[in-house]
Design a protein around this ligand. Structure first.
Ligand code: B1M
Length: 217
């Protein structure tokens, strides 16, 4: 699928001069819109084009075939496509089911997966507080204090920042022991979740929604 290629090679939109071999061609911005207009579902685009494209990017990075700048262009292209998916995940729910705050833990700048989780949880009727990336325990604790009863989601994509996640969970639980903390991100496992004392691990946004909905107001 052309959209997957645009993300894999970092072609953001038609005007984007990068990569030179795709000059003048549509980028992920135009291709995502065209695909949705033609009736392809957002879930299909995510699972068959966008996420596999990012996996190919990760694979090439591991093999030293591409470097950080190329990975960054792919991330930009992915984000340009996600802008078109967002309205499809927003629901018309009048009453919020509760508040879910989410952030990528300190030291970690990956935000695509976190943004997808936020988008889908919002679509399921929850109020979202997106704390962004590189978020430390103090920011989480302060935001929980300002939003009592809220649920917390932590994302980590690096094996190094999994350790930071452990610290963040510990500090949250010290200050707000009753707050439910949900964790996710590619290198995590449920065993790790148990080890760090978080309440739930989900490998994907759908699992996060399912868990949160058990507590819906
Ligand atoms: Co980085 N990076 N990166 N990177 N990057 C990975 C993660 C890596 C696996 C690539 C590789 O080597 N194969 C590798 C980590 C290795 C490791 O630790 N084991 C890596 C590395 C090494 C690095 C740097 C250290 C590189 C360097 O500088 N030398 C550096 C670190 C910077 C930092 O964070 N401090 C770095 C930088 C970057 C960019 C900035 C260039 C860019 C990120 C841009 C951005 O996010 N805005 C980037 C990218 C794009 C990637 C890959 C290619 C793609 C990540 C992604 O967006 N995936 C990635 C390789 C890969 O994942 N295949 C890689 C798509 C996204 C939809 O999936 O984020 O897994 P994911 O989210 C999923 C699930 O995990 C889950 O749901 C999502 C949807 O299904 N999920 C949750 C995520 N959070 C959740 C929370 C939940 C529940 C589910 O509940 C709360």
């Amino acid at each position: 699928m052309k959209l997957g290629e645009a993300v894999e090679f970092g072609k953001v939109d038609k005007n984007c001069p990068y990569p030179p071999q795709m000059k003048g061609k549509d980028g992920s911005d135009e291709l995502a819109k065209q695909a949705l207009d033609s009736g392809i579902t957002p879930s299909y685009l995510l699972s068959k084009a966008l996420v596999p494209a990012m996996d190919r990017v990760g694979q090439k990075f591991s093999e030293n075939k591409i470097f950080v700048p190329q990975m960054l262009m792919s991330a930009k292209a992915m984000s340009a496509a996600m802008i078109h998916l967002k309205p499809f995940f927003q629901s018309g729910a009048v009453k919020s089911k509760g508040t879910f705050m989410i952030g990528t833990v300190k030291g970690d700048l990956h935000d695509i997966g976190k943004n997808l989780v936020a988008m889908m949880v919002e679509g399921a009727g929850w109020t979202i507080i997106d704390l962004g990336v590189d978020v430390n325990e103090d920011t989480f604790n302060q935001t929980i204090a300002e939003n009592p009863g809220s649920f917390v989601g932590l994302s980590a994509l690096l094996t190094t920042t999994m350790n930071n996640m452990e610290e963040v969970v510990k500090k949250i639980k010290e200050v707000h022991p009753n707050t439910k903390v949900l964790v996710g991100g590619a290198p995590l496992t449920d065993d790790f979740r148990v080890k760090i004392g978080a309440d739930y691990y989900s490998p994907d946004p759908q699992g996060a929604v399912k868990y949160l909905n058990e507590f819906a107001a």
